[in-house]
Design a protein around this ligand. Structure first.
Ligand SMILES: *[C@@H]1O[C@H](CO)[C@@H](O)[C@H](O)[C@H]1NC(C)=O
Ligand SMILES: *[C@@H]1O[C@H](CO)[C@@H](O)[C@H](O)[C@H]1NC(C)=O
Ligand SMILES: *[C@@H]1O[C@H](CO)[C@@H](O)[C@H](O)[C@H]1NC(C)=O
Length: 368
């Protein structure tokens, strides 16, 4: 069954000249988007099942396909969302739905939080694409059509059910998750699904944590890419079950999680080095010392959580160039504070002291 839907987007969102030419090609539709909107039709072709198929976009009077070079789980999720499937997209291996026809969009690249295709960048349609982008590289997606496809999850090998190597159940069998694209947003969804609400850590390398040997079973999920707010793992986009498992042949690459079961006992937070007591570098105290926070992924939601923890209403993220004088100065990296969290210690990170930061990448805030 083919699924066709029109995606409306405002010319105001159009950031690239190429999309401007698409807009021109499709004729400006004055019925929509305050008289300035246009429609980019998208469909999923050549699948017997609802909500999956080869991704096709309408261009210049014909349907074209999309090359897999830059198309990843973020793009799969967006295509599913604009078609009305709101439970995450699974990126299929190439050729799942056969060869497409027509022009090929070579490099569709969408921001994680895009809500329409007009926010994606691309360099346009090609009748003569590079050889890596022939029709044998046409992308396909399988959208999840209901939230009921819930994925059972458990953590094994740790000191309790709150930590360990991540196992997910599919077709009656437990299997592991590959650490490709693994990050604290994925950990947040897993901890929340398991009922823990005191923050936690996304661990990349189980070998460092004594979580024991990998149990027998398939490597089920790769490139799991939760946004963090999904109520269940079953709504996070990823590659299809068992796909790309070879990337994770090494048992060192199993995704692992530690969910905190209670407040970090000795945790304190302060701002240092600012002009006043509402601004400065974020410092957190743990196990007898103060740590900086790395500014990878540091955003206003995280800054506001810091500010609320300190008794202010909200705040903005800043990036401070401060030389801690030591390479082990960072406590947290890739911080993710879920919406509604008002205590910074309930946010997620990569694990104490685990970071990939240079000395000048320090997280700061301005509170109000
Ligand atoms: C999966 O994740 C890896 C590591 O981040 C990345 O290099 C690769 O492009 C991703 N694959 C897809 C299909 O998104
Ligand atoms: C911040 O400084 C102001 C003015 O000096 C003072 O009134 C206030 O109590 C201080 N707030 C905190 C949280 O230290
Ligand atoms: C945060 O940023 C917004 C938008 O730039 C600005 O309006 C607001 O005043 C800022 N707040 C603080 C505390 O700097």
């Amino acid at each position: 069954m083919e699924f066709t839907m029109f995606i409306f987007y405002s010319v105001l969102f159009c950031t690239s000249l190429v999309w401007a030419s698409v807009i021109h090609d499709l004729n400006v539709d004055t019925e929509h988007g305050a008289g300035r909107g246009v429609a980019v039709p998208v469909r999923l072709a050549d699948s017997p099942r609802d909500g999956e198929g080869r991704v096709e976009l309408f261009h210049d009077g014909v349907w074209g396909t999309v090359c897999d070079v830059l198309f990843g789980v973020a793009e799969a999720k967006l295509v599913c969302e604009v078609l009305g499937y709101s439970y995450g997209g699974l990126l299929q291996p190439k050729m799942t739905y056969g060869f497409g026809r027509g022009p090929i969009m070579v490099d569709l690249d969408c921001p994680w939080d895009a809500t329409n295709l007009g926010q994606c960048s691309q360099t346009g349609w090609s009748q003569n694409p590079p050889s890596v982008c022939n029709h044998d590289a046409d992308v396909g997606v399988a959208c999840r059509t209901s939230p009921s496809e819930d994925i059972p999850v458990r953590l094994i090998g740790g000191t309790g059910p709150h930590e360990g190597r991540v196992l997910v159940k599919h077709e009656g069998q437990w299997g592991t998750v590959c650490n490709q694209d693994w990050d604290p947003r994925d950990a947040a969804v897993i901890c929340h699904q398991l009922g823990y609400s005191h923050g936690g850590e996304a661990m990349m390398w189980p070998a460092r944590y004594n979580f024991g040997a990998r149990p027998p079973g398939p490597i089920w999920l790769s490139n799991l890419s939760c946004g963090g707010k999904e109520p269940r793992l079953g709504e996070c986009p990823s590659l299809v079950w068992g796909e790309d498992a070879h990337q994770c042949r090494s048992t060192f690459m199993d995704a692992s999680v530690r969910c905190y079961t209670e407040n970090i006992p000795d945790f304190q937070i302060r701002l240092v080095g600012g002009e006043n007591n509402r601004t400065g570098r974020v410092n957190i105290f743990h196990e007898g010392r103060w740590w900086d926070v790395c500014d990878d992924w540091w955003g206003n939601d995280d800054a506001s959580t810091v500010c609320r923890t300190l008794g202010y209403r909200e705040g903005n993220a800043t990036h401070v160039q401060h030389n801690t004088g030591r390479l082990d100065g960072f406590g947290w990296d890739m911080v993710y504070c879920p919406p509604g969290v008002t205590d910074f210690r309930h946010c997620f990170h990569r694990g104490w002291g685990r970071h990939t930061c240079y000395w000048y990448e320090v997280a700061g805030v301005v509170c109000e």
